[in-house]
Design a protein around this ligand. Structure first.
Ligand SMILES: Nc1ncnc2c1ncn2[C@@H]1O[C@H](COP(=O)(O)OP(=O)(O)O)[C@@H](O)[C@H]1O
Ligand SMILES: [Mg+2]
Length: 380
């Protein structure tokens, strides 16, 4: 253990108060840490668990400084925090991961340029500032393509399909005429992700590769172990570790990838934080991604990422609440299912409200059971 490790009793300041902050707070509290949260929403879901809440927008530097004053280390749970604000806080308190990592990741174009410079494989892309004055690079991307806003997108927000070149103008208007990146649409065989933690000394622990299915651009299920060959698994791990290293990241990081038909692995995007596709670790691994993040940012030895049981995670979206409160007996009556609800109100279509893990030695059975839980919840 390093001499300046932050031990239980220390205070962790978290920028952002959503479900990732909430689960981080649960795990930090379990280990005896204090937690403060900065978020504009009264009684935000992380503040429901934390010791204190600084209620202010994520770009309020004075408020962030108040959080930092009361914290021994500051971290973030969303890329919506301005990197400049992190850079200011770095003068006052350790910030992990640092401003430089966030600056590289939070702008899709900078992220892709970083990956290209460092030699990581990804789909062809080009910046789009205004489709009326496109340069040749746009033509070289190839079609069909996807137009993605450079900043602030999540769960497929600020994205539009571009089937052929003449649809670019309309796609650009759909995403609000903002600076964007055009990228080739990948005919993938499977989506996977690798969640890992990197400590301040550069040590890394990698979680088992996750197999992800998205619906309407939102994560639907995660299945672990993923149905990939050893070669694909090793390649995915190599890429994710290489990225964490090249960024000088400290904390948990997730790398989303496409596996294409010939077994090639392409990077889709990087999230420099805990990740929805790592929720399975909170119940199915020795050390959850949230405990692991606490360990990494506090300078503790990293925990064991091993899988305790094959698992399938299914997200619960606000659509389930349209008719009435979902009949939770459906989940609670199954001894191998774990219910996670985030304490959010109100439920809205597409809003992530919670998730369920199904643990089973037989991962196909776990998958079927997760889908049938969802069907039963939908039917009410
Ligand atoms: N270039 C692409 N080719 C194929 N599918 C894509 C592409 N970009 C995004 N998608 C689909 O949309 C999902 C969400 O897109 P992503 O870029 O990961 O944005 P977000 O920040 O919303 O997660 C992806 O997981 C994938 O299913
Ligand atoms: Mg994504």
């Amino acid at each position: 253990m390093s001499a300046n490790a932050l031990l239980p009793g220390a205070t962790i300041g978290v920028l952002g108060g959503g479900q990732l902050g909430r689960m981080l707070a649960f795990e930090a509290k379990r280990m005896g840490y204090r937690v403060g949260v900065l978020d504009p929403t009264p009684n935000c879901v992380a503040a429901q668990v934390a010791d204190f809440h600084v209620q202010a927008p994520l770009d309020d530097l004075e408020a962030a400084k108040r959080l930092a004053e009361r914290s021994d280390v500051v971290t973030f749970e969303t890329e919506l925090v301005p990197a400049d604000l992190l850079a200011h806080l770095e003068n006052e308190v350790p910030v992990r991961p640092g401003a430089k990592v966030l600056r590289t990741i939070q702008d899709r174009l900078m992220q892709k340029e970083f990956l290209r410079r460092a030699g990581f494989p990804q789909a062809p892309f080009a910046p789009v500032h205004d489709p009326r004055e496109c340069d040749d690079a746009v033509g070289e991307v190839g079609f069909p393509a996807v137009l993605k806003g450079r900043r602030g997108g999540y769960d497929g927000k600020s994205q539009a399909r571009v089937p052929q070149p003449d649809a670019l103008g309309e796609a650009w208007r759909t995403i609000g005429q903002r600076p964007a990146v055009l990228e080739r649409f990948v005919q993938f065989r499977m989506e996977i992700s690798v969640v890992l933690a990197r400590g301040a000394q550069g040590e890394m622990k990698v979680y088992p590769v996750a197999e992800n299915v998205h619906r309407r651009h939102i994560l639907h299920t995660t299945r672990v172990p993923a149905r990939v060959s050893d070669r694909v698994r090793r390649e995915a791990e190599r890429l994710a570790c290489g990225i964490a290293e090249a960024l000088g990241h400290v904390g948990v990081i997730a790398v989303e990838m496409f596996v294409v038909d010939d077994g090639t692995v392409l990077i889709n995007e990087i999230a420099p934080r805990t990740h929805n596709s790592g929720h399975y670790t909170f119940g199915a691994c020795v050390t959850s991604q949230f405990e692991q993040h606490v360990r990494a940012i506090c300078g503790l030895p990293l925990g064991d990422p091993s899988l305790l049981s094959p698992v399938v995670m299914v997200n619960l979206l606000g659509d389930l609440w349209l008719q009435r409160t979902p009949p939770w007996e459906v989940v609670l009556s199954r001894p191998n299912a774990r219910l996670h609800l985030y304490g959010k109100a109100p439920p809205r279509p597409g809003r992530k409200m919670g998730h369920v893990l199904v643990l089973d030695d037989d991962v196909d059975r776990a998958h079927q059971e997760a889908e049938s839980i969802l069907r039963e919840l939908e039917q009410g």
